[in-house]
Design a protein around this ligand. Structure first.
Ligand code: CTP
Length: 402
């Protein structure tokens, strides 16, 4: 999978360093060549000798090493890679990257590079949760830096637990593969229609019924699918997000408008229905504002069912896209309900997520999903909505056999 790819692995100083040795092996197993840079901190945990024995080459540690500078030099190091992976990435290294500092070889390389960078943060859970680290993370993500992890679990410090454990080497490897998959445009030439966000169902000209969907997951998918080379039409309900790059966006308000927009985007190769469509609308949408009449009587609203867009597309005899992906937002019996939706709505894949309030999925930036299909159930760990999007594309490409 990674044959011919050149990875520059930057190891910074944390207890998770020992896992970087395994990461080198895993990357090499897939055919990648690995060059390593170690910070001074990293060398307190593992030795350049151990890393060099695995990479089979010089390990770069010192900005002021004349021989190394003469031989390769930090600018060349930063350019002679297809991807730079920082694993583990300490809070300090993230801060330096966010601030553009360059006071050692690793940070100089990161500042000098024009190559994509993937970081695997690893630190104590309080350091991870600190506003400064979260601010740096946002800055880095805004700068286009890719991230994998951290995971939740026990910390090296006895008795402490929470987010901060470095992603496992296999997860980092998957993120590396997902990155290269995206660059080979696995969905080139495909036409894809995606729904995202809530719908607003009017009660009268000033009031409507809505739900908590932010559209973040659907929009992240639309952007990633476009980056994977597809021609994307995103039918978006009312959201506060910017239109994703490289995507044709159709803005709608109601479920019926959403269905009409999806139907006009057909034929398509793939449909991904991520919107939280209102199941019901008010039967008689009043054309004038409903007024209080002073008697204290409250209005009664009658509802009628909205069209089910996913079911309409998934069960359609004509123009059904080759691959139909639905979502299932559940608060209980996740898998059973998702399986039911897979069948009833004629979908090939259901991305099921537990939207119980304690999970903060609706409106939040992370998601823990389970992929339900005829082949069974796949559990994905908690990850950013962008990572879910990237993994979903890999899954779709696998399903399409491309
Ligand atoms: N969906 C749709 N049109 C609707 C309702 C849902 O296209 N009118 C799609 C969603 O976009 C999602 C899937 O159906 O892909 C499941 O949505 P969900 O809200 O979980 O299910 P519902 O069918 O609304 O069922 P329930 O609310 O009873 O769980």
């Amino acid at each position: 999978m990674l044959s011919g790819k050149r990875i520059l692995l930057i190891i910074t100083g944390g207890i998770a360093c020992y896992k970087s040795l395994d990461l080198v092996r895993r990357l090499q197993e897939r055919g990648a060549s690995v060059r390593a840079v170690m910070t001074e901190g990293a060398q307190k945990f593992i030795t350049p000798l151990a890393v060099g024995a695995l990479t089979g080459g010089k390990v770069f540690t010192d900005l002021f090493d004349r021989e190394a500078e003469h031989d390769v030099g930090h600018i060349r190091l930063s350019r002679e890679a297809d991807l730079i992976v920082v694993a583990p990435a300490t809070a300090n290294m993230m801060a330096k990257m966010a601030g553009g500092h360059a006071d050692d070889l690793a940070s100089c390389v990161l500042l000098a590079t024009d190559k994509p960078v993937l970081i695997a943060p690893a630190m104590n859970s309080r350091m991870w949760a600190h506003v400064a680290t979260q601010r740096n993370l946002k800055t880095l993500q805004g700068d286009g830096i890719l991230t994998v992890g951290p995971n939740a679990g026990e910390m090296a410090e006895k008795g402490e637990a929470g987010y901060g454990r470095m992603a496992e080497p296999m997860e980092i490897l998957e993120a590396v593969e997902a990155f290269f998959n995206a660059t080979i445009k696995p969905l080139a030439g495909k036409k894809v229609v995606i729904t995202s966000g809530p719908t607003h169902e009017p009660i009268d000209p000033v009031r409507y019924i809505a739900n908590r969907s932010s559209g973040r997951q659907g929009h992240a998918i639309a952007e990633a699918v476009a980056q994977a080379g597809a021609d994307v039409t995103l039918v978006s309900g009312p959201v506060t997000l910017k239109d994703p790059k490289g995507v044709n966006v159709v803005h709608v308000e109601t479920a019926r408008e959403m269905l009409a927009a999806v139907q006009s985007a057909l034929p398509a190769d793939i449909a991904i229905m991520a919107a939280a469509v209102a199941d019901w609308r008010v039967a008689s949408d009043a054309h004038q504002k409903i007024k209080k009449d002073g008697s204290g009587k409250v209005p009664a609203l009658d509802f009628v069912e909205n069209p089910d867009i996913l079911a309409t597309i998934g069960n359609s005899k004509v123009l059904r896209p080759g691959l139909v992906v639905g979502f299932a937002a559940e608060t209980n019996d996740l898998i059973e309900n998702a399986r039911g939706k897979l069948q009833r709505k004629g979908a090939d894949l259901i991305v099921a997520n537990d939207v119980s309030p304690e999970n903060n999925v609706m409106g939040g930036s992370e998601n823990t999903v389970r992929i339900v299909s005829e082949d069974g159930v796949e559990d994905w760990p908690k990850m950013g909505k962008e990572e879910v999007a990237a993994k979903l594309i890999a899954k779709i490409a696998e399903k399409l056999g491309s």
